[in-house]
Ligand binder design. Structure first.
Ligand SMILES: [Zn+2]
Length: 74
């Protein structure tokens, strides 16, 4: 039996092999519980120094630094 994850609609096999059913993963289960934010922070602290938001800012700054000096002039 295959069900859809209520969070991301991924197919989930309804069996002992899917401990987070009806969710596809612990991530989606946590989203449903409203605990995703705190879990994300703890994972980030352990596995990497940069959060996604910090990466985004660095990418934007890198893009801007590659523009010609007169890019912002009218
Ligand atoms: Zn999911």
């Amino acid at each position: 039996m295959i069900v859809k994850c209520p969070i991301c609609s991924a197919p989930v096999t309804w069996s002992q092999q899917s401990p987070f059913r009806p969710f596809c993963s612990k991530k989606c289960q946590l989203i449903d519980l409203g605990e995703w934010a705190s879990e994300e922070r703890s994972i980030a602290d352990k596995s990497q120094n940069q959060t996604p938001s910090q990466l985004d800012i660095e990418e934007i700054e890198a893009m801007l630094s590659e523009q010609p000096d007169d890019f912002f002039k009218p």
